[in-house]
Write a protein that binds this ligand. Structure first.
Ligand SMILES: *[C@@H]1O[C@H](CO)[C@@H](O)[C@H](O)[C@H]1NC(C)=O
Ligand SMILES: *[C@@H]1O[C@H](CO)[C@@H](O)[C@H](O)[C@H]1NC(C)=O
Ligand SMILES: *[C@@H]1O[C@H](CO)[C@@H](O)[C@H](O)[C@H]1NC(C)=O
Ligand SMILES: *[C@@H]1O[C@H](CO)[C@@H](O)[C@H](O)[C@H]1NC(C)=O
Ligand SMILES: *[C@@H]1O[C@H](CO)[C@@H](O)[C@H](O)[C@H]1NC(C)=O
Ligand SMILES: *[C@@H]1O[C@H](CO)[C@@H](O)[C@H](O)[C@H]1NC(C)=O
Length: 356
């Protein structure tokens, strides 16, 4: 018994001391590789609170049971996204030729807004073994590789979500196929020759290429290195429908509560016309308690109304008329802890027959 636990301790020590810096992966705040994480950057304007800095965030990964309020700020390299993106900045600095990256954002840093490409933001970084795909909602983020990590002032006011998942290389081809539908505006990228011709479709995407014939949407399964399964919904702009009510809710066979920016009168109302319904979230509550309205939240996600269905999706699109004609996607999982955390955070939503 005693020898057993000493052996276990020794084993854990070896694991801990082995160089973990090598593999490309989502990283927690201690810089350790994690299979996935979610960050919920809190808005500046919260209910019953003085105006904040807009740099605090809640954090969730496989080792936390619920949202944890981080002691770090998002603008530091000690935040989980800061730690994770350090791998991008060091790749650029070291000029190594065995890593590829793609950074995309419809609102790219110091560039005019792009209405033509997908309404989508993210980072893909990988080598021949593995890498991560970070999906987020932050305008003008992240900075160009030569600039190093920072957080834009445009990302302070509203709530934002950042969802990072670690994948084996075998999944990258599939992610690339989804990006043909996302039609992202890739504002900086590098794809060394060793990845060609296998990933030539990613090169095509980076140069602005997209699908050219129907069907205009694609659903596929992705699996993280830790074995968590995801349904990836990708739509090109010619699939002109509300992704939430018109596709995701009906496909996953679940009623959804959707959090998308309520910035204007153009918001689509809650929708009970189809077999599965979509209700707009009005107010969010996170541990603390932290309370805020959807109108101060720029994040885009939805969660199953019922615990049995248990879906959570994070992605790119507002529920507005205009966004029906934009390319982008949603990444959905049935991970129980993610569902619990998001479902509990819905403090008020709009029923189809009025608010409740
Ligand atoms: C982060 O923002 C805070 C508040 O504006 C500021 O005091 C701090 O210097 C910033 N840190 C970094 C690393 O930019
Ligand atoms: C990426 O940005 C660097 C400077 O940060 C620039 O030298 C390079 O040409 C850019 N690459 C692409 C493909 O835009
Ligand atoms: C509900 O969504 C479907 C699919 O987008 C759409 O056809 C229908 O018109 C919507 N109903 C309402 C009342 O908005
Ligand atoms: C949808 O969200 C984008 C940012 O994600 C925002 O700029 C735009 O104003 C929103 N559209 C509407 C019609 O609310
Ligand atoms: C959106 O904002 C309008 C105007 O502020 C408000 O009347 C409506 O209830 C809000 N809807 C949601 C779902 O937050
Ligand atoms: C919407 O309101 C109706 C009538 O009050 C109620 O029966 C129903 O349960 C509500 N639906 C949801 C999803 O809350």
């Amino acid at each position: 018994m005693k020898t057993g636990s000493i052996r276990l301790l020794f084993f854990l020590l070896i694991i801990h001391l082995s160089p973990s810096g090598a593999e490309i992966s989502c990283r927690d705040e201690a810089g350790r590789p994690v299979d996935w994480f979610v960050m919920y950057k809190l808005p500046k304007y919260q209910i019953h609170q003085a105006v904040g800095m807009g740099l605090n965030y809640m954090y969730l990964d496989p080792s936390t049971d619920d949202w944890q309020r981080s002691k770090h700020l998002v603008n530091t390299t000690e935040s989980a996204v800061g730690r994770t993106l350090q791998q991008l900045y060091s790749t650029y600095k070291s000029k190594v030729n065995d890593r590829a990256y793609f950074i995309y954002n419809d609102a790219a840093p110091s560039m005019p807004y792009d209405m033509y490409h997908g309404h989508t933001k993210g980072v893909l970084l990988f080598d021949e073994a593995q890498g991560f795909w970070l999906i987020h909602s932050v305008p003008h983020f992240p900075p160009f590789p030569k600039k190093g990590y920072s957080w834009p002032s445009s990302g302070k006011r509203n709530g934002q979500t950042l969802f990072c998942i670690t994948y084996k290389y075998s999944q990258v081809t599939e992610i690339g196929k989804q990006l043909l539908y996302y039609n992202p505006r890739v504002y900086n990228w590098s794809l060394p020759d060793i990845f060609l011709p296998e990933l030539s479709h990613l090169q095509f995407v980076a140069k602005g290429g997209s699908v050219s014939k129907s069907p205009w949407k694609r659903l596929t399964e992705l699996t993280s290195t830790g074995g968590v399964q995801f349904q990836s919904f990708a739509k090109y702009k010619h699939f002109e429908d509300d992704i939430y009510a018109g596709w995701v809710a009906q496909t996953l066979k679940t009623d959804l509560l959707a959090e998308t920016w309520n910035g204007s009168k153009h918001q689509l109302p809650s929708n009970c016309s189809l077999p599965k319904h979509v209700y707009n979230i009005v107010r969010i509550k996170l541990p603390g308690p932290v309370l805020f309205y959807s109108s101060n939240d720029h994040s885009k996600w939805c969660v199953s109304l019922g615990h049995d269905e248990g879906w959570t999706c994070i992605g790119d699109l507002n529920r507005t008329f205009g966004q029906m004609g934009r390319s982008a996607g949603l990444l959905c999982t049935r991970h129980p802890a993610i569902h619990r955390a998001f479902r509990r955070s819905v403090s008020w939503y709009e029923n189809c027959t009025g608010t409740q």
